[in-house]
Design a binder for this molecule. Structure first.
Ligand code: FES
Length: 93
């Protein structure tokens, strides 16, 4: 069973201007329960900032799920949900 969550933070220009820069400090802000369970990556433009239907930048993906208008707190909450979903799902044999 994969027990880590992949977090991709968009570092493209639009997201950076809208506040993504400070999100790269996420690893320092993670609560102890998530410290070893988050694979944090910076990503080039995720290609969603030009369509208002996707929401507002900055954008991030948590286990491939797109999140808009993200903050450190909303990413942490999404990581908790992703891990809870997995642990409540199928068990490894
Ligand atoms: S700059 Fe972030 S999605 Fe385009």
């Amino acid at each position: 069973m994969n027990t880590s969550v992949t977090v991709e933070i968009c570092t493209g220009t639009t997201c950076f201007v809208m506040g993504a820069g400070h999100l790269l400090n996420l690893s320092e802000e993670l609560p102890a329960r998530l410290k070893d369970r988050v694979d944090l990556r910076g990503a080039h433009c995720l290609g969603v900032c030009n369509d208002p239907q996707n929401g507002k930048p900055p954008f991030a993906r948590v286990d491939q799920k797109l999140l808009s208008d993200v903050s450190i707190e909303s990413i942490i909450a999404a990581c908790d949900r992703a891990l809870a979903d997995r642990e409540g799902g199928a068990h490894a044999i």
